[in-house]
Design a binder for this molecule. Structure first.
Ligand code: NAG
Ligand code: NAG
Ligand code: NAG
Ligand code: NAG
Ligand code: NAG
Ligand code: NAG
Ligand code: NAG
Ligand code: NAG
Ligand code: NAG
Ligand code: NAG
Length: 854
């Protein structure tokens, strides 16, 4: 609750104009801020050093108030007010940090600074929790005893629609650990009185009081007043409360030992800004501190009395000794009305006395602040990029009404930052490492900034990040970035490619990095290579391999079975006899690292019988290896080539088509958002010993485009021959581009020809469609069928597949079907027409299944 200073008499001292400017060391453990003051100064009454508030807050406007309101060593000459923003926060950074215990005091002197003669009403928060409502008085002090959960303490002023918040002074004093014990919540000062002090101007605080508690002079008229002028030596005093000797030197007692010292107060008497007057607020919990010291030299027996609160909710017996302070701390008592009575135990002895008293409410801290690491990271980001947004003050997530603009948070305990939009925020320089410390982030938008340098590996590795949008011309994926000159070369290369394929490249400017967490559905197919795990982090689903183990598996890299973009692929055998393919990243191709990692991460969470699966990976600082299931029959392109000894039957080809379509359907429709393969081709379709087809090398080209020139020209562009015409004009790849590539794969299965084939005279290269469309249009399907099939195919099903392939390769993307439609058609042709391993040439042709020549 507040203590209204107007309840006491004010001294208006207009003569004190300018403060003494002394360079004096601030008191240890103290932070004293004079809000809106023009300069630091030392207060001549207390010798405390006050600072201007620049270093503690970045918002608001300063104002000096005319007519100095000066009471009990409170200085009200300036204030800061906050016309902008819903919440404005001061940040206090005491040396002792979190787990220290602090007295925090805020002073509000309205002083009609705005000429409206109407003090505003607003809320005060301590960190993420409600502290008090401030208003309706010309000078108010709010004070609490608080143990923060973080090193930074934030005092926030929150608009509630009743005027502009303001503040005059903010003070923090470090307390000893063993005073004012707190089990939970914080202590909110209700009253702190110094009994027997008859002069209303004698407000004691620092230096009289080491903790700078402010003691209100208090005098009950019909009680006796005691005082002493004996020099009290408290240096031997073992109690840590260290109440000022000036406070203990006076006391009040009843007139006779038979009358108890009796006090009563109620919550109803509190002003409207009291939390209990809010609807539904629970009754307050009170803790009372009673300070005693015998200041009379008694000849007879010493004072002894019983203390009782609310009919013995709390009771204790106390005996006093001359000049020995005693502190009695009540148990928390809960009642709308509190009664305190102190009874002398000897009815013919000395009456009870009381030297000083403090009354506190125990206030809950219901809101849990955002996870400390997130708070630190986002504040680093804010500071590094000089982000100035009205709402970016105080805790980033809590309370949820004041969550920072551009941020979304989980509501767990503690709340975490899960999404961050920093697009078009004029960010410059490198990507700060702090971004990678937002370890639960799922969505990050950094587009439309002027960021430069490499995207840190740690950022790309964040386990939950599923969407990262950067759109910064000078960002690159390789670390270190190529030098400027080199980058220009790359752009030149790209331009020359563009002249060939159309305008390829916004791709370098806009990099979509998409990692897939558990967004892909589990397939119903029985094929599940990866053991199930409850881990949320996809990477951990794969077994990590030691380099030594990789070496052992591969028989010291004995048998090369292929060459990947970044190194060799070796044959290996696991302990249990399972054959594997081990793809090594050669040490010379560092730039492939991210691509490698991306592949590992993507594969780790994709589970489908028609996608090549990953057993594990090795990633120590020197070596990176991916351990795949071994695909005994190599890739589809090899099997279709003329010189391959084995010939795939028409039936097998159709099954391979269905397998590949299933894999692609899973990527497109089983994952949200869909995964675009981007480089579907017959050499990326692998066959296991049962000729089951599985897709490999998907989803990576755009996401992890390498800066390496040779790759810029191939990877992001896909492979020539498999690219739809729209790609050549716009550079965009979507599901329909994959469908186009799939159509080309179907034509390769039908014809055995590669996507780019030799022209008939053998001198030129032509696209497969250029060759076959005129033939199909002529209706002579036999002329395009792979001669190695030797006519062993079902003409009807061949037409069906040709028809499907035609629809997939429509020049306009919009005319192409979705892969799930393609899959359904292929399956239908398989189910209805398949007759075991034999292919029949004669068949029941339905006329309407003959495709229209286009
Ligand atoms: C303030 O400090 C000055 C110089 O150190 C000293 O002379 C003076 O007594 C101090 N005043 C108080 C109130 O402590
Ligand atoms: C606000 O502070 C600045 C800098 O200290 C000062 O120049 C200006 O006069 C102050 N404004 C008011 C209204 O006090
Ligand atoms: C103080 O005196 C007044 C009138 O003399 C009386 O009504 C009141 O009860 C007394 N208070 C105490 C605490 O003795
Ligand atoms: C202490 O008592 C004496 C006499 O009883 C009185 O003159 C003096 O003002 C009192 N001092 C205080 C601080 O009340
Ligand atoms: C404080 O302690 C010292 C030495 O321990 C002693 O001489 C002195 O009398 C004590 N003072 C009081 C007030 O107890
Ligand atoms: C009570 O106080 C009287 C007067 O001071 C004294 O004579 C008597 O011994 C005390 N009784 C007890 C039990 O302390
Ligand atoms: C936060 O969530 C809301 C509602 O789901 C959404 O509209 C908003 O775009 C999200 N903001 C960010 C920064 O992701
Ligand atoms: C960021 O992008 C969102 C759309 O995703 C847009 O609504 C918002 O205005 C953008 N922010 C800035 C600062 O441009
Ligand atoms: C062999 O080990 C791998 C990896 O631990 C496992 O996925 C696979 O199922 C095992 N194969 C057999 C036949 O036990
Ligand atoms: C680019 O990649 C190719 C083939 O992987 C390699 O030969 C070449 O050295 C690389 N260039 C750079 C600059 O890394």
């Amino acid at each position: 609750m507040e203590r209204s200073i107007t309840a006491f008499s004010f001294a208006l001292l207009a003569s004190l104009t300018s403060a003494l400017v002394l360079v004096v060391q601030a008191q240890p453990g103290f932070i004293s801020i004079d809000c809106g003051a023009p300069n630091d100064y030392t207060d001549e009454n207390t010798n405390m050093t006050y600072k201007v508030d620049d270093g503690f807050i970045g918002s608001g406007k300063n104002m000096s108030i005319s007519g100095l309101i000066y009471q009990s060593n409170l200085r009200c000459t300036n204030l800061r007010f906050f016309p902008d923003g819903l919440r404005n926060c001061y940040t206090l950074r005491p040396d002792q940090g979190k787990n220290g215990k602090y007295l925090i005091r805020a002073l509000f002197c309205y002083g009609n600074y705005d000429g409206k003669n109407q003090a505003p009403l607003f809320d005060l928060y301590i960190d993420v929790n409600y502290w008090a409502t401030v208003g309706a008085s010309s000078a108010i002090v709010e004070e609490i005893i608080y143990v923060p959960k973080a090193d930074d303490i934030r005092v926030c002023l929150v608009k509630t629609g009743n005027g502009v918040p303001f503040i005059s002074a903010l003070e923090l004093r470090a307390l000893d650990d063993d005073v004012y014990p707190l089990e939970s919540g914080f202590l909110q000062l209700s009253t702190r009185i110094n009994l027997g002090q008859t002069s209303v101007v004698n407000w004691f605080r620092y230096r009289d009081d080491v903790y700078d508690r402010m003691w209100t002079p208090w005098h009950f008229p019909n009680w006796s007043t005691l005082n002493t002028t004996v020099a009290i030596d408290l240096s031997n005093d073992s109690n840590a409360y260290k109440v000022s000797r000036d406070v203990l030197q006076t006391a009040q007692g009843t007139m006779s030992s038979s009358s108890p010292l009796y006090l009563q107060w109620t919550t109803d008497a509190q002003p409207t800004n009291d939390a209990t007057s809010l609807p539904g607020a629970p009754p307050k919990i009170w803790i009372v501190y009673l300070h005693f010291m015998e200041i009379e030299r008694l000849s007879g027996p010493q004072r002894e009395f019983t203390i009782s609160m609310n009919d013995n909710q709390f009771a204790e017996t106390v005996s006093l000794e001359y000049l020995k302070p005693v502190v009695v701390v009540s148990r928390p008592v809960k009642w709308p009305v509190i009664t305190l009575s102190i009874n002398s135990m000897n009815k013919s002895g000395n009456p009870p006395i009381l030297n000083a008293m403090e009354i506190y409410n125990v206030v809950d801290l219901p809101n849990v602040p955002t996870a400390h690491d997130d708070v630190k990271a986002i504040n680093d980001i804010k500071a590094t990029y000089h982000i100035k947004r009205e709402s970016w003050q105080g805790d980033p997530c809590v309370p949820s009404d004041y969550t920072w603009d551009g941020l979304n948070c989980s509501h767990g305990n503690p709340p975490r930052i899960i999404s961050l939009k920093l697009n078009s925020s004029n960010l410059m320089g490198h990507i700060v490492p702090s971004l990678s410390h937002l370890s639960t982030i799922e969505y990050l938008d950094l587009s439309n900034n002027q960021l430069t340098g490499a995207i840190p590996k740690t950022l790309a590795e964040l386990p939950h990040l599923s969407f990262l949008l950067t759109g910064n011309v000078h960002l690159c994926l390789a670390d270190p970035c190529p030098r400027k000159k080199k980058q220009e070369t790359i752009l030149v290369t790209v331009t020359s490619v563009s002249s060939f394929c159309g305008a390829l490249f916004s791709a370098l400017a806009i990099i979509w990095l998409i990692k897939w967490k558990q967004t892909c559905s589990k397939t119903s197919e029985a094929f599940e290579q990866m053991p199930e795990s409850s881990e949320r982090t996809p990477r951990l689903k794969n077994r990590p391999f030691e380099y030594g183990e990789v070496s052992k598996i591969t028989g010291n890299f004995g048998q090369v079975i292929g060459k990947g973009g970044f190194g060799n692929v070796y044959l290996g055998t696991l302990d249990n006899g399972t054959m594997v393919a081990v793809k090594m990243l050669s040490e010379s191709s560092k730039q492939g690292y991210k691509e490698f990692q991306a592949e590992a991460q993507l594969l780790a969470i994709l589970h489908h019988g028609n996608l090549v699966s990953l057993f594990g990976y090795c990633d120590d600082s020197k070596h990176m290896a991916l351990v795949y299931e071994y695909m005994a029959n190599g890739n589809l392109r090899q099997h279709l080539s003329e010189d391959h000894p084995k010939i795939l039957t028409w039936s097998k080809r159709r099954q391979i088509a269905v397998d590949a379509a299933q894999g692609l359907d899973y990527l497109h429709n089983g994952c949200k958002p869909p995964i675009i393969h981007r480089d579907l081709k017959t050499s990326n379709i692998l066959l296991n010993e049962d000729f089951q087809a599985k897709l490999a090398d998907f989803g990576l080209s755009r996401a992890f485009a390498s800066e390496n020139d040779s790759h810029v020209s191939t990877r992001p562009a896909g492979t020539f021959g498999y690219l739809g015409p729209e790609f050549q004009s716009s550079g965009n790849r979507d599901k329909k581009s994959d469908v186009y590539s799939f159509g080309i794969v179907l034509f390769e299965l039908i014809t055995g020809q590669p996507a780019v084939m030799r022209s008939q005279d053998g001198c030129d290269f032509i696209h497969i469609l250029e060759w076959l469309i005129p033939i199909i249009e002529s209706g002579d399907i036999h002329r395009i069928m792979d001669p190695r099939l030797q006519g062993k195919f079902n003409i009807n099903s061949a037409w069906k597949v040709v028809e499907i392939a035609m629809s997939c390769t429509q020049p306009r993307a919009i005319q192409r079907p979705d892969i799930n439609h393609v899959l359904a058609e292929l399956r239908e042709s398989l189910v209805s027409k398949s007759s075991g391993s034999f292919e029949v040439t004669s068949s029941e042709i339905h006329c309407d299944s003959v495709p229209m020549a286009r």
